[in-house]
Design a protein around this ligand. Sequence first.
Ligand SMILES: NC(=O)c1ccc[n+]([C@@H]2O[C@H](COP(=O)([O-])OP(=O)(O)OC[C@H]3O[C@@H](n4cnc5c(N)ncnc54)[C@H](OP(=O)(O)O)[C@@H]3O)[C@@H](O)[C@H]2O)c1
Length: 285
Amino acid sequence: MNTTTKVALVTGAGSGIGRALALELQASNFKVYVTVRRQNQLAEQQALGLSPLLLDVNDQNAVHLAISQIEQEQQQLDLLINNAGFGAMGPVLDCSEAELQQQFQTNVFSIVSLTRRCLPLLAKSGGTVANIGSVSADFVTPFAGVYCASKAALHALNTALRLELAPFGIHTVLVQPGAIASSFGNTAISHAEQLLSEQSPWWPLREGIRLRAAASQQKPTPAHQFAHKVVKKLQQNPPPRRIRAGYGSVVLPLLAALLPEFLLDAILRRKFVLPKNGSLKIKSE
Ligand SMILES: NC(=O)c1ccc[n+]([C@@H]2O[C@H](COP(=O)([O-])OP(=O)(O)OC[C@H]3O[C@@H](n4cnc5c(N)ncnc54)[C@H](OP(=O)(O)O)[C@@H]3O)[C@@H](O)[C@H]2O)c1
């Protein structure tokens, strides 16, 4: 990376990890473009010295316009951080088709579109694409299946992109956070609450559903600590292929890889208060 004119773009920087990464990059002398979804967040981001763009990552037209603005103002893009995302929590089969689509659209498909649109700028600088994955891609739990699947899909895409972008001199880094303090838990809880219904076969398991939705905020690493570690590593030349940071980011994937499935199941059933196998009945109409 060129150390004097480094330019970064961080999506979903109005809160949590994205905001902390943007501020850390700014402290490391990057010119930082950030994306937010609400008009009233623009002034706040400007006051922080960041360059905000109004963007819903699922709006192709808005993506085109936002990157065109960067192209008009900059010669290159040194770092793209695909961070925007959310966790659709609840039993897999309670999730509607529209909610499934929305989860994958935001956490997976939008990243492909945005990265494609940024390709010429990234190639000019031999830049880096950092995708914010999750321990949840490896450590799959009940009541977060749709979210875990979206992050697992992102991890797979990240691996392919790493190999396909390298010939253009572009690095691709998978950032795998553990539990990080952010608004993620609140959003996850409100999704789970919207899904919870007395009509659901999983209504008796609502305690576990609520526990899972809140799990990321139980012993979270402060976002600024996480961001400090990640930004330092992203500036290495070359950057590492994967950055694990935050509470549980090393241990949880290790447990998932090493423990036999029957043992993992037993641990997860206990943690998320699942009843004995065969103890629930589907009510007939
Ligand atoms: N916190 C954790 O423990 C944890 C762990 C592993 C991975 N992650 C991942 O880290 C990333 C950041 O999450 P966070 O923890 O910082 O949570 P957060 O505070 O809720 O931040 C998520 C950001 O993404 C934005 N966003 C969501 N949907 C969007 C869309 N369609 N278009 C544009 N922006 C959108 C949100 O904007 P609004 O404010 O407008 O909703 C928000 O700024 C996510 O990809 C998440 O999956 C988080």
